[in-house]
Design a protein. Structure first.
Length: 202
């Protein structure tokens, strides 16, 4: 069992971590943070503490998991692997695992930090999309200063959104002053100009 000092230290440093974190010794889960609880769809840490760590490993990853712990026992460096976990609801999740050997209450243990690969991929895509939009915004700001005419500015904005912002289509339109109130495209960037020209009342 962890001492009170160890538990308090873990609570201060590991609980706020966005990654799922667990401490395992003798194949038994000794500690988990809230992110780990959410990752495996448990209700509370008590659902996991005292349970077999290998019991959460999907059969496809048993060999890799054993190798991970064996290497961790032999080395002081951080070991890494990709494992498939079994959630408590029976579904699975692929995770990137960082395993570090530690002393836990006088016995050899492992500090595990896990990253949900599905979440990580989605996060990376979101960051990439934001970076592209920021790049487009920078081009738009430059166009505001440099373009000699309003028409040139409108076209540059559309070009930047498609070429730097990676949107499928961008267009700018005026609303007609007649009773139909049609949107009349004045600039566009995409292969489907017809989509813009056929747009009606917004």
């Amino acid at each position: 069992m962890a001492t009170r000092t160890e538990r308090n230290a873990a609570r201060r440093t590991i609980y706020p971590s966005p990654n799922a974190v667990a401490i395992v010794s003798d194949n038994t889960i000794r500690f988990v943070n809230e992110a780990f609880v959410r990752l495996v769809h448990a209700s509370t840490p008590q659902d996991l503490i005292g349970k077999s760590a290998l019991g959460l490993i999907h059969g496809d990853s048993n060999t890799v998991a054993h190798q991970l712990f064996e290497e961790g026992d032999k080395r002081t460096t951080v070991q890494a692997a990709v494992l498939r976990l079994l959630k408590l609801d029976g579904t699975t999740v692929d995770v990137d695992v960082r395993c570090e050997s530690i002393d836990h209450g006088g016995e050899r243990g492992f500090l595990l930090a896990l990253t949900d690969l599905d979440w990580s991929s989605a996060h990376d895509l979101a960051i990439e999309r934001l970076n592209r939009l920021y790049a487009a915004l920078a081009h738009v700001n430059q166009a505001i200063v440099r373009m000699p005419t309003r028409q040139d500015l409108f076209q540059s904005v559309c070009d930047a959104l498609v070429e730097q912002g990676a949107v499928r289509m961008a267009w700018i339109a005026w609303k007609s002053e007649d009773e139909l109130e049609e949107l009349l495209p004045v600039a566009a960037c995409a292969s489907s100009w017809a989509c813009a020209s056929s747009s009606k009342r917004c």
